[in-house]
Design a protein around this ligand. Structure first.
Ligand SMILES: NC(=O)c1ccc[n+]([C@@H]2O[C@H](COP(=O)([O-])OP(=O)(O)OC[C@H]3O[C@@H](n4cnc5c(N)ncnc54)[C@H](O)[C@@H]3O)[C@@H](O)[C@H]2O)c1
Length: 356
C-alpha cells in the first residue's frame, strides 16, 4: 500500500471509556470547572438520568427532558432558554444521538461546556456536525463549538438498549466506518480507525443482539461506535448516506433500518471504483473483497435488522424519483452515480436481494 500525501485536522476532545466510567463524572465536571450543570435526557432515559444526576450531586441545577428526534428548532430554543434561566455553565447529555443533538443545539447559542454520555451507537458525540429541523426540513452544519469537551463511554449504560434499536444503530455506525474510507475527508489515519471500528462492530453486534446482557460484547460494540464517530467526523459520507438522506426525506423511513438495508448495496455499487479498499474491508470482515457487500447483508440478517426497503415502508412507485434524486445528491461520490445503476441498486434494496 502506498501512503498518499494528505492533510488531517484532528478534532480535539477527551474520552473516558470503560464499564462504570460514569462514576468519574463528577471529577470530569470539576476538571471543566463546572459549577451549574443542566442534565439533558429524554423521559425514556429517566433511570439513567437519575443514576448520573446522583453522581453529580449538588452540581445539578436542572434537567431538560423534552428530547425528541431531529432536534426541532422550537424545542431547541426551549432548551436554550432553560440553560440561560438557570445560569447553567455545563451541559451533561445522556442518551442517543437525539440527546446529544440537543446538547449541541444549546452549545451553538450559549457558551457552555459539554459532557456527553452516549447510550446508542450513533457517534454524534465525536463530530462537530449539528442538525436542526423545522417544518419537515432538516438543516445540518459544522461548528467546532458543538463538539462535546468530554465523552464518557460507559457500556453499562447501553445494556438496556433493545436489539431492535441496537442492531440498526450498529449498522449505522458500520456505515460511518465504511464511508469514511472513501468520503471527501478520507485519510490513512482515519482509514485505520474506520477499519478497526468495522472489526469491532462486525464481531460484537451478533452477540449484542442475541445476548443483550453480555457486557463484553456491549463494550466492544460501543468501542466500535466510538471509532465510527471519529471516522464520520473527518472522513465524511458518500453514496450510502446520501441515499438514506433521500429515502428518509421522501418516505419518512426509520434511519437505522435504512442503514441496515442500503449499506451492502451502496458498497456493491462503489466496489469497481475502490478495489484496494474492498480488499482492506474484506480483511476486516474475514472475507474476500468481492464478498464484502454480501457479508454486510448477512450481518444485517443475522441480527434481525431489516434487509428490504419494501419491508420498512418504501412504496414501489417511489424508486424512479428516488434514483433521480440520489444521482443529484451523490454527485461527488467516489464512483459517479449514473441513473440506470442507481435505479438497479434501489430495486435490489427494495426487493431485499443479497448484494454482490
Ligand atoms: N450530528 C451528528 O454527527 C450525528 C451523527 C449520527 C446521528 N445523528 C443524529 O442522531 C439521531 C439518531 O440518534 P439515535 O439513533 O441514537 O436515536 P435516539 O437518540 O433518538 O435514540 C433512539 C431510541 O433509543 C432509546 N434509547 C437510547 N438509549 C437507550 C438505552 N440505553 N436503553 C434503552 N433505550 C434507549 C431512545 O429513548 C430512543 O427512543 C438522528 O437525529 C441523527 O440525525 C447525528
Amino acid at each position: 500500500m502506498t501512503i498518499p500525501a494528505f492533510t488531517y485536522d484532528a478534532i480535539p476532545g477527551r474520552v473516558v471509556f470503560g464499564a462504570g466510567s460514569r462514576r468519574s463524572l463528577a471529577d470530569e465536571a470539576r476538571a471543566l470547572d463546572a459549577r451549574r450543570v443542566l442534565v439533558v435526557a429524554s423521559g425514556y432515559e429517566d433511570e439513567l438520568a437519575a443514576d448520573v444526576t446522583g453522581v453529580l450531586g449538588d452540581l445539578v441545577v436542572g434537567r431538560f427532558s423534552d428530547v425528541v428526534q431531529h432536534v426541532p428548532v422550537v424545542k431547541a430554543d426551549a432548551a436554550v432558554e432553560m440553560t440561560r434561566e438557570l445560569g447553567a455553565d455545563t451541559i451533561v447529555t445522556i442518551g442517543g444521538g437525539s440527546a446529544t443533538g440537543f446538547g449541541k443545539a444549546i452549545a451553538l447559542q450559549v457558551d457552555v461546556r459539554q459532557i456527553a454520555l452516549p447510550t446508542t451507537y450513533a457517534g454524534s458525540e465525536m463530530t462537530t456536525i449539528y442538525g436542526l429541523s423545522d417544518g419537515g426540513h432538516k438543516r445540518t452544519g459544522k461548528d467546532p463549538r458543538v463538539k462535546p469537551d468530554v465523552v464518557v463511554y460507559d457500556p453499562e449504560l447501553t445494556l438496556t438498549l433493545p436489539p431492535r434499536i441496537a442492531g440498526p444503530s450498529g449498522m449505522n455506525a458500520l456505515a460511518h466506518c465504511v464511508e469514511a474510507l472513501y468520503g471527501p475527508g478520507a485519510n490513512p489515519v482515519i482509514s485505520a480507525i474506520a477499519l478497526d471500528g468495522m472489526r469491532a462492530l462486525n464481531r460484537s453486534l451478533p452477540t449484542v443482539c442475541a445476548s443483550p446482557d453480555d457486557l463484553g460484547a456491549r463494550t466492544d460494540a460501543l468501542y466500535g461506535a466510538y471509532l465510527a464517530g471519529v471516522a464520520l467526523a473527518t472522513g465524511g459520507t458518500a453514496l450510502h448516506h446520501k441515499t438514506c438522506h433521500v429515502l428518509g426525506g421522501m418516505f419518512d423511513l426509520n434511519h437505522g433500518d435504512m442503514n441496515a438495508v442500503v449499506l451492502g448495496h451502496a458498497v456493491a455499487y462503489n466496489a469497481p471504483a475502490i478495489p484496494d479498499l474492498m480488499a482492506r474491508m474484506g480483511e476486516s470482515f474475514g472475507v474476500d473483497a468481492d464478498e464484502v457487500p454480501g457479508a454486510l447483508f448477512e450481518l444485517a440478517r443475522s441480527i434481525d435488522a431489516p434487509t428490504s426497503l419494501r419491508d420498512i415502508g418504501m412504496p414501489a412507485d417511489g424508486i424512479d424519483e428516488a434514483a433521480r434524486r440520489v444521482v443529484d445528491e451523490a454527485a461527488a461520490n467516489v464512483r459517479p452515480p449514473e441513473l440506470d445503476g442507481i435505479r438497479a441498486m434501489l430495486r435490489a434494496a427494495f426487493a431485499g436481494d443479497r448484494p454482490s
